[in-house]
Write a protein that binds this ligand. Structure first.
Ligand code: 4AD
Ligand code: MG
Length: 453
């Protein structure tokens, strides 16, 4: 049975008779024997196998080149070499699959741009191995965070008939072929359907029964913005709480980000060390800061005032009624406050229909959490629970009531104040790893013009 490199390198005792299977990172030949650096993806480090020329299977050594897959049986013994506690004294070698000189990951130091063109092979590099292991641990931590607080994980549909965010960034789902004479009602669902941009509306229905729920799944946006923070397919975590107001929502968002930063510090290990060395030397300090210090909380109007009084000339002049642009978000978090900042009470005009209207009639109980380096990682709100106001909001945003009858029912029958938010899982990963581009924290990124894998 195969033993993982991670377990062998973490061993306290020598282990005779183990089998290691992985990919050759490098081979060095000495007189009468060779060193194979083997990586099996279980951890950042390689295990060094020492293969004697007399070892059964050693005749395959010349073909055990970088990228080849191998099985090595042997004994784990204390290594005389510096920098590694253990090495494997091979008793048998088997080449599983060779890799010739065209293998693209021969040398270190490829650019991230180049690695994106070989998304199927880049997980074999140190950096991307670390990113995808971190992604897995973080997903687990997300579930632990919510499950330990009695949130119930719910599965909301991926195919939906509603545009939750009302931004019109929907991918159509259809079986129509575009033949002449085809009618809309001939479509598979008998109505227009889309890939979901958010599971929120359905999560609200579940929260208004189960109390506290969360979703964690893929979402899709046909947003034609080719930025380092936007993907057409990304994962979102959406908690939704009945009997909760905006204050409670902001508290949960802050507790969540702190818990994720703490988790990264506590479990990041060698992968975190790699990000610190090669991606962002301030990463650990930033994570510690996020864990220790309270976030700044300001209203949107205060944020606009700060931006207007900053003396900065922004490309988009900050003005009430305008969305905060990435340059504004960065100024607030990176220069003015130098801390994660929660901005709340946005103008009604720039936020979706479901947000609760404030008494001033012109702002809604929205909140966005902005972090240095990325900007918005979380967007959420207290929901409008008053039937008549919600109807008015629909009209205000030019939406037909008809499509939202089921959603209005939640206000017709036993309505309660409730609130929630959405976290972009990839943006969270960017924040916790220091990776600067969303394309580098998702294995096979989908962005405008790119779906090749
Ligand atoms: O702010 P958004 O649009 O909020 C919603 O969808 C709400 N329905 C969430 C809720 O209240 N339940 O999106 C939430 C988060 C953003 O803050 C951002 O982190 C991420 O989703 N996000 C994206 N991430 C990657 N690529 C994109 N194109 C993204 N659009 C949003
Ligand atoms: Mg948003």
């Amino acid at each position: 049975m195969r033993t993982l490199v991670k377990d062998l390198l973490g061993s306290n005792v020598p282990r005779p008779g183990v089998l290691v299977q992985g990919w050759v990172r490098t081979r060095r030949d000495a007189k009468g024997f060779s060193f194979l650096e083997i990586n099996d993806g279980s951890c950042l480090r390689n295990l060094q196998a020492v293969v004697d020329a007399a070892t059964p299977g050693a005749e395959a050594l010349p073909r055990c080149t970088t990228g080849a897959s191998v099985s090595v049986w042997g004994d784990l013994v204390a290594s005389p070499a510096r920098g590694q506690p253990w090495e494997l004294r091979a008793t048998r070698l088997e080449l599983i699959g060779p890799a010739d000189a065209t293998y693209p990951l021969q040398k270190k130091g490829h650019s991230l741009e180049f690695l994106r063109t070989i998304a199927h092979l880049r997980p074999r590099s140190n950096l991307f191995g670390a990113v995808f292991r971190t992604r897995s641990r973080l997903a687990q931590a997300v579930h632990e965070f919510f499950q330990s607080r009695d949130f119930i994980w719910v599965h909301t549909p991926i195919i939906t008939a509603s545009d939750c965010e009302g931004a019109g960034e929907l991918f159509r789902v259809t079986t129509l072929k575009g033949h002449p004479g085809e009618r809309p009602e001939d479509d598979f669902f008998g109505r227009p359907t889309y890939l979901t941009v958010s599971g929120q509306l359905e999560a609200e229905a579940l929260a208004c029964a189960l109390g506290r729920v969360y979703t964690f799944g893929p979402t899709f946006r046909a947003e034609n913005s080719n930025t380092a923070r936007h993907a057409a397919e990304f994962w979102m975590i959406e908690p939704e709480m009945a009997f909760c107001d905006l204050e409670g929502d902001m508290d949960l968002a802050e507790a969540f980000l702190k818990a994720m930063a703490r988790h990264m510090l506590e479990t990041g290990g060698e992968d975190l060390g790699l990000f610190e060395r090669f991606v962002d030397k301030d990463l650990r300090a930033r994570l510690e800061f996020v864990v220790e210090r309270p976030f700044v909380r300001i209203s949107y109007e205060e944020a606009i005032r700060i931006l207007q009084q900053s003396g900065r000339s922004f490309e988009f002049p900050p003005e009430f009624g305008q969305n905060l642009q990435s340059e504004h978000e960065r100024y607030l978090t990176e220069e003015h406050f130098k801390a994660p900042t929660t901005v709340f009470n946005y103008p009604r005009t720039i936020k979706p229909f479901y947000m609760r209207l404030n008494d001033d009639g012109r702002t809604v109980r929205a909140m966005d959490v902005l972090v240095p380096g990325i900007g918005e990682v979380i967007g959420g709100a207290q929901r409008e629970e008053r039937l008549e106001v919600l109807r008015d909001n629909l009209r205000f945003h030019g939406l037909s009531e008809e499509a939202y009858q089921w959603y209005l029912d939640l206000r017709r029958y036993g309505t309660v104040p409730h609130a929630g938010f959405g976290v972009g899982f990839e943006r969270l990963l960017m924040f916790l790893t220091g990776m600067g581009n969303i394309r580098d924290v998702i294995p096979f990124p989908r962005t405008p013009g790119h779906a090749e894998f």
